[in-house]
Write a new protein. Structure first.
Length: 238
């Protein structure tokens, strides 16, 4: 599917990949089977996004709140994230995808961090599309970490309190060069942001699809983009 000339394609899409567990339950499978099915969908949509002309994709892979899940599921997700990165990074590199890890290192398995950093290192010069893998990410945690780092620099005299602007704060976010989110997409029919990229999504257009994540397809992603393109984005103007 190619990018249509009359459709305004969002440059940055943030995705909450919701519904893996429900998809598995409907089929009498373990929740982990839903995560396995959802992983393939993400990389199919990365390839589709490139074809559509999207330049940045942020995937909510593991939130700071996901630690509340059962120890068995957390263990699976950690090991699975590590193995997926190892198995997919070469293909992503061939596609010209730059992988960028967004999130906190605290509590993450060392082996997961190593795979994230290796993927970043391998793909750092790529420019076709940036894939932000948001692993152990929380929007409030990001703002707390940014405020803490900024406060330290104020205390050291590196930043004057009265000179702080939005641009100043952006420099302390996990990915200072991240584009603002144009389209915020959530699968499964739920209509909430779940603490994902609150600063970057201030003027995002929200598209909620009543489709469980493992059932998402490139055609459905394009349908979401078409809906986005119909929105009147005024950014506060009349």
């Amino acid at each position: 599917m190619s990018k249509a000339s009359k459709i305004e394609v969002p440059q940055h899409i943030a995705i909450v990949m919701d519904g893996n567990g429900r998809w598995a339950k409907e089929r009498g499978l373990a929740r982990t089977a839903g995560h396995e099915a959802g992983e393939k969908v993400l990389f199919d949509l990365v390839e589709a996004a490139i074809g559509f002309g999207v330049k940045e994709l942020s995937a909510y892979a593991f939130s700071t709140e996901n630690w509340k899940r059962t120890p068995e599921e957390v263990k699976f997700l950690m090991g699975y994230s590590r193995d997926v990165l190892r198995n997919r990074r070469d293909r992503l590199n061939e596609m010209g995808v730059k992988v960028q890890w967004i999130g906190r290192p605290q509590r993450l398995w060392k082996s997961v961090i190593e795979e994230l950093e290796e993927a970043e290192k391998l793909t750092k010069k790529n420019k076709v599309l940036t894939l932000n893998m948001c692993v152990n990410y929380g929007g409030r945690a990001e703002l707390v970490d940014a405020a803490t780092a900024l406060a330290r620099d104020v205390k050291r005299g590196k930043v004057k309190p009265d000179s702080i602007t939005e641009k100043t704060i952006e420099k302390y976010l996990y990915a200072p060069k991240m584009r603002d989110v144009d389209m915020f997409l959530r699968s499964s029919g739920e209509q909430r942001t779940s603490n994902f990229l609150p600063w970057q999504s201030t003027y995002a257009e929200f598209v909620f699809m009543d489709v469980l994540w493992p059932d998402m397809t490139p055609a459905l992603l394009w349908k979401a983009i078409e809906e986005y393109s119909c929105r009147d984005r005024r950014f506060g103007k009349a």
